[in-house]
Design a protein around this ligand. Structure first.
Ligand SMILES: Cc1cc2nc3c(=O)[nH]c(=O)nc-3n(C[C@H](O)[C@H](O)[C@H](O)COP(=O)(O)OP(=O)(O)OC[C@H]3O[C@@H](n4cnc5c(N)ncnc54)[C@H](O)[C@@H]3O)c2cc1C
Ligand code: SF4
Length: 671
């Protein structure tokens, strides 16, 4: 093991290095950074200016993404290829969402209570601040939080309540489920999974995550926000994960190092925990590399788009939770999905739409469907007279039980939505993410403790020629932890049982029975058999493969925004506070960054599906007579809000979402 002094001095140097990187990231973002809630409130002329600035930046980026890389000088190559600094830690967690932070908190609780308190547990998070890349509903269940903080007093001083600060949670007081036609609504019988009244809480999950990060820090977890993790590190045989590397900072759009260049760092760890959330960029690679999906269905996804509103006091019903099916996802927009509206805090309302990404019609725009949904009286009546203060979008897992991959591989594991533990009919994944983090931490802690006991028994001769760092490296490369007990623990947990019980709900809508047949089958399995039915429906296709040719559909005409209830996409993007340096490499990669080749694969067949599914206006097909197709494909990567939809849905599967520089991306507020 590494000595305490070595750990402290290494931790200090690391902090200093990461602080420098972080500070640089913040400075770079200053020029156009208007907080989301304020950008939306700017007077119209300033808002126009703000949008123009965004457009200006995006145009520059679009040009940059088509530019061919300059030939680099030897000096530049030497700078880029310099050796990375390395740090050794016990547990390295990628992603500071509910799953990653629950893992970190539980690990340090165990270490502080039963161990030396010296285990180095680090969390690397790409958002500039913990919570600011988190998008959720969110109605959350308390059980996993009670397990994480068993000694904490619950909200209102009642131990049965959720152990989170009172001003962060709103107890659900009313549940509603409606079927919407274009102008009316009919009550639906709620499946038991959607009962929230009196037991679950409405929160802003990004606030909860911020709170969890504070708890983690108090326990001694090392937290590094503003750090994008870009690479998985393997041993020479490539059969073991030995850690990760962080993204280089300060590379310009042509690939050359800027004056601000800062080489990324390597973190070598006994155990690397991937907690990147839904469709994580590294988790995706690991699932392929270790064939973790060999015995499961393909993962399928939904896209969740939401806004937060301040509503008039007479419209506010604190604790109200509403869900809807039907409009607008009918007729030519037919798709699996539904809307939600949650009244929480002091006069705030979260309103959103989740749409299954297995929709067929490439003309569907999830963003426009969401805008349309708000014009329905069920939603409009509440929002009218209010003010939209925040906008966000994020993919979520819909594959459920059948799509859970193998959870471990030598040196690492997947937790939370990186693995795909969302309960689809509940639209809840926070409780299962936290639970998986707790189980992961318990398994890791026990295994490291056992391994240390064995190490102490090893004869000195075996390691005599090696210093501490070399011993550590030898251990993780040749004798990695293979944490099968984590998967066993998860499969024996209430979280797994819960996912098993609802396994047939989502696939009910992919059968030849149609929507009504799907509703009937889903109703049967949730209300009658409650998961005890002896069959399991399977999903065979990915969401990208479900997209049909444009020639089989007619274009959809969406109404113009009224700027009161509905908005254009750039106004919405301005409410996310998203920022990427205009002079940085485009993080949305297509092969050789050849945008014409991408357009050739997609334009004629799908008529611009990318510009429709992206909820941030990143992709554009612009008329251009000089191009063979008559259109030019552009990537306005500046606008990206990290929802991952393009990587999931593009039919040609040639868009690879990679991490941009640390600290880039949205600065979400109350989402
Ligand atoms: C619209 C919507 C509504 C939802 N509603 C609910 C609800 O009502 N109730 C509920 O319980 N759940 C809900 N969910 C699901 C819930 O939000 C997720 O299940 C939960 O957030 C999963 O937690 P996680 O920690 O696994 O992932 P996330 O919360 O996604 O956190 C992952 C973190 O990892 C970071 N990260 C990712 N990759 C990297 C990298 N390479 N380097 C560094 N950092 C990285 C991200 O920035 C992020 O902070 C909803 C989700 C959506 C999208
Ligand atoms: S570019 Fe991709 S990840 Fe970024 S906002 Fe658009 S669809 Fe989402």
């Amino acid at each position: 093991m590494i000595s305490r002094t070595a750990r402290i001095s290494r931790g200090f140097k690391l902090q200093l290095k990461l602080d420098i990187i972080h500070c640089r990231a913040s400075l770079v973002s200053l020029p156009i950074l208007v907080p989301p809630q304020r950008a939306a409130q700017l007077p119209s002329q300033l808002r126009y200016l703000h949008q123009s600035l965004l457009r200006l930046n995006t145009t520059t980026t679009a040009t940059s993404s088509t530019a061919s890389p300059n030939k680099l000088t030897q000096e530049q190559l030497d700078i880029l290829n310099q050796e990375r600094a390395t740090d050794q830690v016990d547990v390295c967690i990628i992603g500071g969402g509910p799953a990653g932070l629950a893992t970190a908190i539980k690990l340090k609780q165990l270490d502080n209570e039963h161990g030396s308190g010296e285990k180095r547990v680090i969390v690397l998070e790409k958002a500039g601040d913990f919570g600011s890349h988190i998008v959720s509903g969110a109605v959350i269940e308390p059980q996993a939080f009670r397990e994480l903080f068993p000694d904490a007093t619950g909200a209102d001083g009642n131990d049965e309540n959720i152990p989170l600060p009172e001003d962060m949670v709103t107890l659900v007081t009313e549940d509603n489920m409606k079927y919407l036609t274009s102008n009316s609504s009919f009550p639906l019988i709620e499946p038991p999974q959607l009962h929230n009244k009196g037991k679950n809480y409405i929160v802003s999950l990004n606030n909860v995550v911020k709170y969890l990060s504070e708890q983690a820090e108090e326990l001694g977890v090392e937290l590094y926000p503003g750090i994008s993790v870009s690479e998985v590190l393997y041993n020479d045989a490539k059969d073991t994960v030995i850690g990760v590397a962080t993204q280089d900072m300060g590379i310009d759009k042509s690939g050359a190092p800027k004056d601000s260049f800062e080489k990324g760092m390597e973190f070598h760890a006994r155990m690397t925990v991937f907690a990147e959330g839904c469709h994580g960029s590294l988790s995706k690679q690991l699932i392929n590399h270790f064939k973790l999906r060999e015995n499961s269905d393909p993962q399928t996804y939904g896209l969740g788009i939401k806004e937060v509103w301040e509503v008039s006091p007479e419209k506010f019903k604190k604790g109200y939770v509403g869900h809807s099916l039907g409009f607008p996802l009918t007729k030519e927009s037919a798709a699996y999905g539904g809307g939600f509206i949650y009244h929480f805090g002091e006069g705030l309302v979260a309103v959103g739409l989740v749409i299954g990404l297995d929709y067929k019609n490439p003309y569907i725009s999830p963003y426009q469907e969401f805008q349309k949904m708000k014009t329905h009286p069920y939603y409009k009546d509440t929002l009218e007279g209010g003010k939209c203060i925040s906008y966000a979008a994020r993919a979520l897992n819909e594959g459920g039980y059948q799509s859970i991959p193998k959870l471990y591989f030598p040196g690492g594991i997947l937790v939370g939505c990186s693995a795909g533990f969302l309960n689809v009919p509940k639209i809840k994944g926070t409780h299962t993410a936290v639970k998986s983090g707790i189980l992961a931490a318990e398994s890791i802690y026990n295994r490291i403790r056992d391994q240390e006991e064995v190490e102490e028994e090893q004869t000195e001769e075996e390691m005599e020629d090696l210093d501490e760092e070399e011993q550590f490296f030898k251990e993780i490369t040749t004798n990695p932890i293979v944490l099968s007990e984590y998967e066993e623990a998860f499969r024996s947990s209430w979280a797994y049982d819960e996912l098993y019980r609802v396994r047939n709900v989502r696939p009910s809508f992919n059968t030849p029975l149609g929507v009504l047949g799907g509703l009937a089958h889903a109703g049967l399995t949730t209300m009658v058999t409650q998961g005890k039915e002896p069959w399991t429906l399977h999903t065979k296709h990915t969401d990208s493969a479900a997209t049909e040719l444009a020639s089989a559909h007619k274009p959809i005409a969406y109404p113009k925004p009224d700027n009161e209830i509905t908005f254009d996409i750039l106004t919405s993007v301005s409410r996310t506070g998203t920022y990427h340096d205009e002079d940085e490499q485009c993080h949305l990669r297509v092969p050789k960054q050849d945008l014409d080749a991408h357009a050739k694969l997609n334009w004629e067949k799908y008529q611009g599906v990318e510009q429709k599914f992206c909820p941030a206006g990143v992709y554009e097909y612009v008329e251009n007579d000089k191009k063979e197709l008559g259109v030019e494909f552009k990537i306005n990567s500046q606008n990206c809000i990290h929802c991952k939809t393009c990587d999931i849905k593009v039919p040609s599967q040639d868009i690879n979402w990679t991490v941009p520089e640390g600290g880039d991306g949205p600065k979400y507020y109350m989402t």
